[in-house]
Write a protein that binds this ligand. Structure first.
Ligand code: ZN
Ligand code: ZN
Length: 186
């Protein structure tokens, strides 16, 4: 697979085509012990280990979706393109499939030759990053109806992170160069 160079629109590419097993090996899927929802105390540990189903929508509700094979591990991208587009670092998870309602309200912006970014034309919510070649959707965390099952599994473009904040937790933090190298290893 061609590896994108220095053009804008950087975000995980080939990595999202890994199998669940491979993602676990890369530490991209959270495999933790028991976990519970801090609000309702229900056990959510199962969702930490498996790909899940999830629903979501934009702010105004003109776009809704149902996704399957949703990764519980969030990937955080600090690159300047993500920040400018989303108003901050991108928190997102890959999904195997997603079905949208309100397709006519989805705007798509070609942020690079290999990917586009989707948003609601009515309310402006940023919804997803889509790899054109593989038709793979990476859905923005804030678009999901519940963020409870998700945990950060990696940060990329850490070298582009603004100095004023840091994310806690023990997970891989890759520079843009290191991240691109992991793509080339495949
Ligand atoms: Zn909307
Ligand atoms: Zn990015």
């Amino acid at each position: 697979m061609a590896v994108p160079g220095s053009a804008q629109g950087r975000f995980p590419t080939a990595r999202y085509n890994l199998t669940l097993q491979e993602r676990k090996a890369y530490g991209m899927v959270s495999v933790s012990g028991r976990a519970s929802c801090s609000t309702c105390a229900s056990d959510i540990s199962e969702s930490k280990e498996e790909l899940m189903k999830a629903t979501g929508r934009c702010l105004c509700g003109a776009v809704t979706f149902e996704a399957d094979g949703v990764e519980s591990g969030m990937h955080v991208c600090h690159c300047s393109t993500c920040r400018r587009w989303a108003g901050g670092p991108t928190f997102a998870s890959g999904v195997a499939t997603v079905a949208f309602q309100g397709q006519a309200n989805i705007g798509r912006f070609d942020s690079s030759t290999w990917a586009e970014r989707g948003f609601c034309k009515r309310c402006g919510s940023s919804l997803f990053y889509r790899l054109k070649q593989t038709d793979q959707y990476i859905i923005h965390m804030g678009a999901f109806d519940s963020q409870v099952p998700f945990a950060v599994s990696s940060e990329i473009y850490i070298d582009e992170k603004p100095p004023g904040y840091d994310l806690a937790g023990a997970h891989p933090r890759l520079t843009g160069e290191e991240f691109m190298a992991t793509l080339q290893e495949q």
